[in-house]
Design a protein around this ligand. Structure first.
Ligand code: NDP
Length: 332
């Protein structure tokens, strides 16, 4: 339907990224008015850095004036792998601080009613008792490997409380666990574990070499499918009314080992060669479980009790298929 000035605009920063593109997919595929679909009077705008560098607050103000959003989902961030973070702590700190400040302050000045920003589980203290829960964010310093990024992300929660305290704003945040899905970054240098392993398995199949997984395969992680995460963002946008963040994750009982990830990739890729575990490579922490109890409790309370996460194998199959369909077309 044609947009009109009476439409409620939802502006999504970082709309071209992994999570943003999953939200766009949801908006394009769910029927209007369904629980996770667009509402009739909503107009969704997905931004990339091409349209506006959000580190520039004046450009961000101009953008907000242009679209007049009622609500903002703020996903844009400078994200990177371990090496990039370790070698550029200041860039990760500053770029993210600038982006977050521009988006929140311009939203405040232009009367945006609700902003949902995105933290990450790396905001939690390095030394912490597990499982991670929403009340533990500020209990100690984050892991030193990406302290720049982590502190910038933590500060969003502080900013949200300050905007609420002084101006009564409804600015909140969410904490997703490890995200994967179509449109992920499959670059071998920068990729997270799932897209990295998908790419490696693809190359092993193509070159008739063993599929080598770094480490023992034993560590456990909680992975969330980007298209499930998009649905949870929809729920947060419509139903969540606390300033404090909420963890968006599968349950602790749904942790998956790296070996299970590799096995599922082998299945999806129909790889028949040998799989090897390179135990000379570090495993990282064995587990770092996060609790989704708050999410489940509040979803049940607000009438979303029927929500189910996509089975891991199916989500992985869809991600592998996306990679196969897009890899040779110069996907990022
Ligand atoms: P991506 O790296 O896939 O996407 C980042 C997005 O931010 C892109 O749309 C990018 O635009 C945009 N962006 C980056 N710099 C700027 C800038 N200076 N101005 C405007 N836009 C900019 O990230 P994800 O989708 O993976 O992550 C989304 C959010 O979720 C982030 O806040 C991230 O911290 C958080 N998160 C991600 C997790 C994960 O496992 N992926 C886990 C937990 C949290 P362009 O495409 O034009 O470069």
């Amino acid at each position: 339907s044609a947009a009109s000035s009476s439409d409620d605009v939802v502006l999504v920063t970082g709309g071209s990224g992994l999570v943003g593109s999953a939200l766009r997919y949801l908006i394009e595929t769910q029927s209007t008015g369904s629980p996770f679909g667009r509402r009739n009077n909503e107009r969704w705008v997905f931004l990339s850095s091409d349209e506006c560098d959000l580190r520039d607050i004046d450009a961000t103000r101009g953008l907000m004036r242009k679209y007049g959003p009622k609500r903002v989902i703020h996903l844009a961030a400078r994200v990177g792998g371990l090496f990039a973070n370790m070698s550029s702590q200041h860039t990760f700190l500053r770029d993210n601080c600038l982006m977050n400040d521009s988006v929140l302050q311009a939203s405040h000045e232009l009367g945006v009613e609700k902003v949902v920003s995105c933290l990450s589980t790396c905001v939690f203290p390095d030394k912490v008792t597990y499982p991670l829960t929403e009340d533990k964010i500020h209990l100690g310093p984050p892991h030193p490997s990406n302290f720049g990024y982590s502190h910038a992300k933590r500060l969003i929660d502080v900013q949200n409380h300050a905007y609420h305290d002084q101006f009564d704003k409804m600015f909140t945040s969410v904490i997703p666990t490890n995200v994967f899905g179509p449109g992920d970054n499959y670059d071998l240098e920068a990729a997270h574990v799932i897209p990295g392993l998908i790419h490696k398995c693809y190359l092993a199949k193509k070159n008739n070499t063993p599929f080598t997984v770094s480490g023992s395969g034993k560590p456990l992680r909680q992975f969330i499918y980007s298209r499930d995460l998009a649905k949870l963002f929809m729920w947060v946008l419509r139903e969540y009314d606390e300033i404090d963040p909420v963890i968006l994750s599968v349950g602790e009982e749904d942790e998956v080992s790296i070996r299970e990830v590799a096995d599922a990739i082998v299945q999806a890729m129909e790889f028949t060669g040998p799989v090897k575990y390179d135990t000379s490579k570090a495993d990282g922490q064995y587990r770092k479980p996060a609790s989704n109890a708050k999410l489940v409790r509040l979803m049940n309370k607000t009438g979303y009790a029927t929500f189910r996460f996509t089975p891991f194998e199916q989500a992985l199959q869809e991600s592998v298929q996306w990679f196969l369909d897009n890899h040779d077309k110069g996907a990022r």
